[in-house]
Design a protein around this ligand. Structure first.
Ligand code: SF4
Length: 336
């Protein structure tokens, strides 16, 4: 998600007439787009800001901006610890990067942290490193509350991007010659739950309100159900798209119809990245993950049965507070 946000920040700055450089010494604007999923990222950011202080002293016109999750979390603390930073912006106002840099030039340092998103990053200009593949953000935020994770605090509640808008973006990527897309979301396979809720609410409105999920979908299907699998199938059917991936799904939301779509549709890659986090039910429960080790294994087995060539990858946290040797052994057993 952060890599994709960085592509958007680069795209915005290029639209504004800037050019990318490999050399920090030559840069007029330096944007540090941060992630705070691990504590080490905090230490790294303040270390890097310390290094940039000398550059700012030598060339006071250089602008330094800090964006991303750590900025959303630390806010004013960043400028307290590094007063030479010109702009601090959070996860919800990436679209304002250029304007904030301009404003800071005139009015001095700015911290702007919003609590709600102004635009989906994918709706902004982009500068892609790869020519054949693209990230497509389908959802931002997360409604879960895993005990180890800061995402809900810094990215907010789940918001799915309208179905029709996503299809249009993928169609336009295909027209530009891109053949591989990765659907991105913090909890990617719960895509559409908020849209479905909104549609159901609108159905009860007298006179019929305009639908917010993308008229293309609603008109063709007459249904209030644009869920993840529907999207997966729809983007795979776009002419020119040859590979579709998605990350990261939550095991508790992995539904049989998603597995079926992966088995049926050639364009969907035979790769399932399914974060386990722990093989101990006790630790899974203290993590608030919402599944047990056996439930996780059942889902992987069902996926493997349906898709014989399936590659499975995962994330595991070792040393979660309270983890015993027995819990660790349980994780090893699941991994084996
Ligand atoms: S589902 Fe993922 S993003 Fe959401 S709280 Fe859990 S780990 Fe964080």
């Amino acid at each position: 998600m952060n890599v994709h946000d960085s592509e958007r920040i680069s795209g915005l700055l290029e639209t504004d007439g800037m050019q990318e450089t490999d050399s920090v010494e030559e840069a007029d604007v330096i944007v540090l787009n941060t992630c705070c999923i691990r504590e080490n990222a905090d230490n790294k950011l303040y270390g890097q800001l310390g290094n940039l202080k000398r550059l700012k002293e030598e060339r006071p016109d250089v602008q330094i901006a800090v964006a991303g999750c750590l900025a959303q979390k630390d806010r004013d603390l960043i400028r307290e610890r590094a007063p030479h930073v010109d702009v601090v912006l959070g996860t919800h106002n990436v679209s304002r990067t250029s304007e904030l840099l301009q404003e800071a030039k005139v009015n001095g340092p700015i911290t702007e942290i919003l609590e709600e998103s102004e635009a989906f990053p994918s709706a902004l200009p982009v500068k892609r490193d790869a020519k054949h593949c693209a990230w497509v953000t389908i959802q931002i935020g997360c409604d879960n509350s895993c005990a180890f994770c800061i995402v809900p605090a810094v990215r907010g509640r789940e918001i799915s991007r309208p179905f029709g808008e996503l299809l249009e973006e993928v169609e336009s990527l295909a027209k530009d010659g891109l053949s591989e897309i990765t659907l991105l979301g913090q909890n990617v396979n719960s895509y559409g739950r908020d849209l479905t809720r909104a549609l159901r609410a609108q159905k009860d409105l007298p006179g019929g309100a305009s639908l917010i999920v993308g008229e293309k979908w609603v008109a063709s299907k007459q249904t209030a159900r644009p869920l993840f699998t529907d999207l997966l199938r729809a983007v795979s059917a776009v002419k020119g798209i040859r590979r579709v991936r998605y990350t990261s799904p939550h095991p508790k939301d992995l539904r049989p119809e998603t597995i079926k779509a992966m088995a049926d549709v050639d364009e969907i890659c035979e790769h399932l990245h399914l974060p386990l986090q722990s093989g101990s039910n006790r630790i899974l429960s203290s993590m608030h993950r919402g599944y047990t080790a056996s439930r996780y294994l059942e889902k992987v087995e069902a996926a493997r049965l349906a898709i014989p060539e399936l590659a499975v990858s995962t994330d595991i946290i070792i040393g979660f507070p309270g983890e015993t040797d027995g819990d660790f052994e349980a994780t090893l057993e699941v991994a084996a």
